[in-house]
Structure formats: structure tokens, C-alpha cells
Design a protein. Structure first.
Length: 360
């Protein structure tokens, strides 16, 4: 009997222990009346090739490796958020004039290594090509492709990057400056396209010499770019670069095309101009004095940039002098003051218009 009572007592104690265990356990659990917060500092953006990238909002260390990504950031007031810049942009003498802190920024290569970007704590890369974006994203470095081209043409992407900037950074100043730039651009686009569309002038051809690399007269642009949009859509020209399979056609193909106009852009444009006049004087564009340069600034004007409205006006004056007499100098001076608070002298504006370096 004594053993049976002991067993009953043990059973009671066991039941009490089981009953109190949840209470003991609960005392160690955190109690919350609200659901966990989502990460409001993250957003998903879609880049120019349609890839979705999850990034930190208001990034503070941006790597501008895409050629067309740097100057709009500086112009919109985000210079301090740039950690590094593609070497070709950084080494451009005009860059130091518009960005006095350029030497404090890292010099980046086209295929900058994952290790290098990680060591610099980069929180966003503006990449020139998809395969590079894929490489950096795989290394958990957020990268968005901001290309000079779009497969469907550039017409619907003129404002893409400016709008993307205002989505990434919460800043009234950034939004105001982006809107100002877009208004200047749309004004130039409307003024030129409307007048040309009413002119009924015969369609002529243009060949563009791409001089941001010293690859000869036969290095060009195959289209689906900003410059092709301006020449083809706005100016109603036959853009010869689209005829070629790759951007480096043979000299014979260029000669056979025998364009009505030839434009030269980029850092090496004046060297290439000498070659053009020496070796291709038999082309009709040379005979008729229908060859001209493209202005140079933080980036070549023919690549989408802060001075793009001035590029439109400048080329309109040169291609259709019978229709347009825009004050390009004033446009450049105005843009410089609005976006960089820099006063450009007439001498400096002339250098830009002639495609010359800042101090060369």
C-alpha cells in the first residue's frame, strides 16, 4: 500500500510539472504585439536590360563604371555618393573642372574585380554591360546595367536614367534638378523635331566617327544608341552605322557609303579629323565641306549626358543651317551654372565646342 501511495504522489508531481512547464517556457520568450517590420531601406529596380536588382535605397558608395552614369549623378547633386569612376572618365581633363573632388575617387577599370569592389564597400555599381552586372551580382555586389544602347532603340530611354536616379535617392534637390534637365531636353527635342518634320527637306545620310577610342575613321556606332536616335528620329537622317554588322567596318565599306555628312566625336576627334582630310578628301562630305566635330565635356556630347540639349542644338545648326541658328554657347553656359554652379568663360566654351581638352 505504501508503494502505491508513493507512486500516486509521483504521478501528481509529474502532472504539476507538465502543467507549469509552458508557463516557465513562456517567461523566457519575447512577447510582441506587432508584426516584424520589413526592410524599408531596400528597393527593387529594373535596369536597362530588364533585370531586376535589389539595392539599398540612398546608396552612399556608388561605382560609376558605365560611361553614361557619372555626369548626371554629379549634376544632380550626388557627387559625394560616388566612390569610384571608370578610368577613361576620371582621366578626362574636363572632369576635374566640373568635379573638384575627382582625385579622391577610386579609379575603376571596365572589368573591375569583385574583390576590389568588395574591399571598397561599394553598395551599387552602374555597369556598362549585362555580363559584367551578372558577374558582380553573383558576388553579392548590386549592379544595374546602364548602357549606351538599347535593343529596341533609345527613343524610350532618353529619360530612363534620370528617372532611375530619382527613384533610388530620396532627395528634393535631386528630383528638382532631374526635372530641370528633362525640361531642357524636351524643349530641344520638340523645337528641332517639329521644325524638321515641316520642312520637307530631302533625306540625307550621315556617318559618325566614334573617337572616344583611337581606332581610326572606320570605328563607328551601330545604332540603338542616343546618337542614332538624334540623327535618325529627330534629324530624319539615314544613319549609316546601322548598315554595318559590327562597329568596325572596313575602310572600303565606309568609302562605298560615301555619306552626305560626317561627324566626329570623342577625345581623339581632332586627330581623326586630320586623317579624314588627308586620306578621304575624295568623299562627297569632304568635298562639300559637310564634316564637323561634336563638342566634348565630362563625357562626349553624343553619349547621353548633362549637356545633351546643347548637343541637339549644336548638331541641328551644323546639319540644317538653313533652319536653325541656336545659341549653343548660351545653352552650355546656362547648364554649367545651373547644375555645377560653374561659370564657363567664352574660351572654355569654345574649347568644348571644338572637342578640345580642358587644358590641352
Amino acid at each position: 500500500m505504501k508503494n502505491i501511495k508513493n507512486e500516486k504522489n509521483k504521478f501528481k508531481l509529474f502532472k504539476i510539472g507538465i502543467a507549469t512547464l509552458p508557463l516557465i517556457t513562456l517567461s523566457f520568450l519575447p512577447i510582441s504585439c506587432t508584426p516584424p517590420k520589413s526592410d524599408t531601406n531596400k528597393i527593387t529596380i529594373e535596369d536597362m536590360v530588364g533585370d531586376k536588382v535589389n539595392i539599398t535605397k540612398n546608396p552612399k558608395k556608388v561605382a560609376c563604371i558605365s560611361r553614361t552614369s557619372y555626369d548626371l549623378l554629379v549634376a544632380f547633386g550626388l557627387e559625394k555618393n560616388i566612390a569610384g569612376v571608370f578610368s577613361n572618365i576620371k582621366n578626362n581633363p574636363w572632369t576635374k573642372f566640373f568635379d573638384e573632388n575627382i582625385n579622391k575617387k577610386a579609379t575603376l577599370q571596365y572589368k573591375e574585380s569583385e574583390e576590389s569592389l568588395l574591399s571598397q564597400n561599394v553598395d551599387l555599381v552602374f555597369s556598362p554591360e549585362k555580363y559584367l552586372s551578372d558577374m558582380w551580382n553573383k558576388a553579392r555586389i548590386p549592379a544595374a546595367t546602364i548602357s549606351l544602347y538599347h535593343n529596341n532603340g533609345f527613343k524610350n530611354y532618353v529619360y530612363y536614367y534620370a528617372d532611375l536616379i530619382t527613384k533610388i535617392w530620396d532627395s528634393k534637390e535631386v528630383k528638382q534638378k532631374a526635372e530641370t534637365w528633362k525640361n531642357l531636353m524636351q524643349k530641344a527635342i520638340d523645337e528641332v523635331s517639329q521644325k524638321i518634320s515641316k520642312s520637307n527637306l530631302p533625306k540625307k545620310s550621315i556617318y559618325y566617327v566614334r573617337g572616344d577610342k583611337n581606332r581610326g575613321i572606320n570605328y563607328t556606332d551601330n545604332g540603338n544608341s542616343f546618337i542614332e536616335y538624334i540623327y535618325s528620329d529627330l534629324f530624319n537622317l539615314d544613319y549609316i552605322g546601322k548598315r554595318f554588322i559590327n562597329p568596325q567596318p572596313s575602310i572600303e565599306e565606309v568609302i562605298k557609303a560615301n555619306p552626305d555628312f560626317i561627324s566626329l566625336g570623342g577625345t581623339y576627334q581632332n586627330d581623326l579629323r586630320k586623317t579624314l582630310l588627308k586620306d578621304y578628301s575624295h568623299l562627297q562630305a569632304i568635298k562639300n565641306n559637310k564634316y564637323f566635330n561634336i563638342p566634348l565635356g565630362l563625357t562626349p556630347f553624343e553619349q547621353l549626358n548633362i549637356f545633351s540639349s546643347a548637343f541637339i542644338y549644336d548638331q541641328a545648326n551644323k546639319i540644317y543651317p538653313e533652319l536653325f541658328k541656336f545659341d549653343v554657347k548660351n545653352e552650355i553656359i546656362k547648364i554649367s551654372k545651373i547644375f555645377f554652379n560653374k561659370d564657363l568663360s567664352n574660351e572654355l566654351v569654345d574649347r568644348m565646342l571644338k572637342g578640345l581638352p580642358f587644358n590641352g
